[in-house]
Structures are given as structure tokens and as C-alpha cells.
Design a protein around this ligand. Structure first.
Ligand SMILES: Nc1nc2c(ncn2[C@@H]2O[C@H](COP(=O)(O)OP(=O)(O)O)[C@@H](O)[C@H]2O)c(=O)[nH]1
Ligand SMILES: [Mg+2]
Length: 341
């Protein structure tokens, strides 16, 4: 049995188990798990329709594996934003398997394709999606990324998530550059019942310094720091991030504990370029892929793994503060391919 079948069976079994339980006996955990699976399912609908339906059609058009089949498959993979390099390497492996296992039937090959796509992700060593939470003293999470990708919204979502888990959360408005950015974050702080520190037209590093002092004094558990995302000038951005990191480390040694780079899924290959650029200028510990709900480019998850090798930690599936999911490769693959087979 292939990897995908294993995942599929797992989710189908889970669903059946829950369906057997009476409505009033379902635990909160089971309910949440089921809702999470549905979020992935709904959020990946566009990608599924684009990529997976076409993949199925390809199997109908060509019953037998042929050069034409491979050519169309190549186009499909590139269109789904799996990335050119990833696609070529992937097709090489696929051709090898076709030869070795003497595969002629495209229906069977489709199953192999899904398995191999999963292997791209799972074979990496850095697949931990856990956030490095500090038991004593505040956990500092720095958010970076270019303008408009969803940094501030993701901070709100994370604040909501941690607040719900009983943590004392503080938001610091390190984006003092864009007009209205400080007010936008303060608004989210109110909505998520978080502490807030921010000041318009101030130097980001000094705002962050003062904010962290306050976070320490007020015994915050989680501190989320917003930043401006100006990548027009790499050297300047690098200097600014260096300065910010130095200031953070001065107030809370060894912090930030996480630096999350936010990428808009809909930007596809451009997003991958951003990840590569940021990786060069600062230590990124995880990725957040936002706007997955509005795009058919869900293949970015696989491309980014292969080309950047930084773990995806969260996925944004909408604009509300509840629209954030811990990244889970099994739910992702299931959401993508569940209509197949
Ligand atoms: N559909 C959708 N929209 C999002 C998501 N995340 C953020 N947005 C929207 O993207 C826009 C820019 O977000 P913002 O957090 O201000 O980006 P920032 O400049 O990086 O801080 C806003 O209109 C958000 O509501 C998401 O996961 N899905
Ligand atoms: Mg912002």
C-alpha cells in the first residue's frame, strides 16, 4: 500500500470513528481535529480543482504511459507551481520507477505520482513544525516578510491561538514605516485581548527594545513582533534585521526563539525567491504560507521544501483570526488528493 493510501485510510477511519460517536459525546479535541481536516479540505479546493482534476483527466486521455503523457505531466506540475527544478528532479525519479517497475498503466502511475510528491516533503530532515516555546520567560517570535504578504494578520491569528491556550500574549509594532501599521496591530491586540506596545514614527529597534522591557515586566508568555518588509534594498534590510536581532538579544538573551518568514502562497515562484533572499540575510526558523484559500498554487508547499528547505510551520486559510492552521503534511496531502482513487 502506498503512502497516500495509508493517509487516506487514516482520515477515513477517523471520520467513521467520529460519526459513530453520539453528538453529545464528541470531545473538544475530536471536534477540533475534524474541523482542522475540513479547513484543509476547503482551503485546498482551488489547487485540487486545478491540479488534481487535470491529473485525473490526463490518466483518462492517455491510458498508457508515453512521452506525450510525460510532457503534459511536466506542464501540469509547473503550472501548479511545484517549481521547475523540483519538477525535473521529480520526473527523473518517476521515469526511473516506470522503467524499473515496468509501469505501463497511467492509472497506476497516478498513484505513484502522489506517493512521490509526498516523499519530496517527508524525506527532508527538517520537517518539525513545532514552535520553540520557552517554559521560563517570554518566547519571542519575530515576523518578517515583504509588504502585504500577511504578517500582521498572521500575528493576530497566532495571538488568538495562544491566548485561547491560556498564554499571556504581547504584540509589538516594529513596523513603524507603513502608515497605519501601528494602529492596525493595536486593533488586533484589542480583538485578541493581547498586551500591546507601539509608537508611530519611531525607530523600529527602539520600539522593540521598549516593548520587550514591558513584556518582561508584565510576565508575557509569548511576544509577537511585527516588522516592516522592505526588500527593495537587501543590504539595508539585512542591517535593519541585524540591529533588531541585537536589540532583542540584549533584552532577552538567545531570543528571538523563532523568526517566521511569511509568504503569500499566490505569488508562487516569486514567493520562493523571497524565501531564498531572506534566508541569505537572516536566520529563518520557519515559514508561514498565507492566502492558501484564494489560490490554485498550493504546490508551493512542495517546491519551497525542496528549494529552500525551511519547514512550513503554519498555513493561513483566510482573513479571520481563526483562519490559521499548524502545518500538517498529512492533512495537506489528503486535502489535495482526496478526490482521487
Ligand atoms: N484570503 C486571505 N487573505 C489574507 C490571509 N492573510 C492575510 N490576508 C489579507 O492580506 C492583506 C495583507 O495582510 P497584512 O497582514 O496587512 O500584510 P502585511 O503587510 O504583511 O502585514 C490583508 O487584506 C489581509 O486580510 C489569508 O490567509 N487568506
Ligand atoms: Mg503589516
Amino acid at each position: 500500500m502506498g503512502l497516500f493510501d495509508k493517509i487516506k485510510n487514516k482520515f477515513i477511519k477517523k471520520k467513521e470513528e467520529i460519526e459513530e460517536i453520539k453528538e453529545n459525546e464528541i470531545t473538544e479535541e475530536q471536534k477540533e481535529e475534524q474541523e482542522n481536516i475540513e479547513t484543509y479540505d476547503k482551503g485546498l479546493e482551488k489547487t485540487r480543482k486545478e491540479f488534481v482534476s487535470k491529473l485525473s483527466l490526463l490518466g483518462i486521455k492517455y491510458h498508457k504511459v508515453s512521452e506525450e503523457y510525460f510532457e503534459e505531466l511536466e506542464n501540469l506540475l509547473i503550472m501548479a507551481d511545484i517549481g521547475v527544478n523540483t519538477t525535473f528532479e521529480f520526473l527523473d525519479r518517476l521515469r526511473d520507477r516506470v522503467k524499473k517497475e515496468k509501469i505501463t498503466d497511467t492509472e497506476y502511475l497516478t498513484e505513484v505520482i502522489v506517493d512521490e510528491l509526498l516523499i519530496i516533503y517527508v524525506n527532508g530532515e527538517s520537517i518539525s513544525d513545532k514552535i520553540n516555546i520557552q517554559e521560563d520567560g517570554p518566547t519571542v517570535i519575530l515576523m518578517v516578510g515583504v509588504n502585504g504578504v500577511g504578517k500582521t494578520t498572521t500575528i493576530a491569528k497566532l495571538a488568538h491561538k495562544y491566548q485561547k491556550n491560556g498564554k499571556k500574549v504581547m504584540l509589538i509594532a516594529g513596523d513603524t514605516f507603513r502608515a497605519g501599521a501601528v494602529a492596525q496591530l493595536e486593533d488586533w491586540a484589542n480583538k485578541t485581548k493581547s498586551l500591546f506596545y507601539g509608537k508611530d514614527n519611531a525607530d523600529p529597534a527602539s520600539v522593540i527594545y521598549d516593548g520587550l522591557e514591558q513584556a518582561k515586566n508584565e510576565n508575557a508568555d509569548i511576544v509577537l513582533i511585527d516588522t516592516a518588509g522592505r526588500l527593495q534594498n537587501k543590504v539595508n534590510l539585512m542591517k535593519e534585521l541585524e540591529k533588531i536581532n541585537k536589540v532583542i538579544d540584549r533584552v532577552i538573551p538567545k531570543a528571538p526563539h523563532e523568526t517566521l518568514l511569511v509568504i503569500d502562497s499566490a505569488t508562487g515562484q516569486n514567493g520562493i525567491m523571497q524565501a531564498k533572499a531572506f534566508k541569505e540575510i537572516t536566520n529563518i526558523t520557519g515559514l508561514v504560507l498565507t492566502k492558501m484559500d484564494g489560490t490554485a498554487k498550493g504546490g508551493i508547499v512542495l517546491a519551497i521544501k525542496e528549494e529552500v528547505n525551511i519547514p512550513v510551520k503554519f498555513i493561513g486559510f483566510g482573513e479571520k483570526m481563526t483562519d490559521l492552521q499548524n502545518f500538517d503534511i498529512e492533512k495537506y496531502i489528503y486535502g489535495l488528493f482526496k478526490d482521487m482513487m
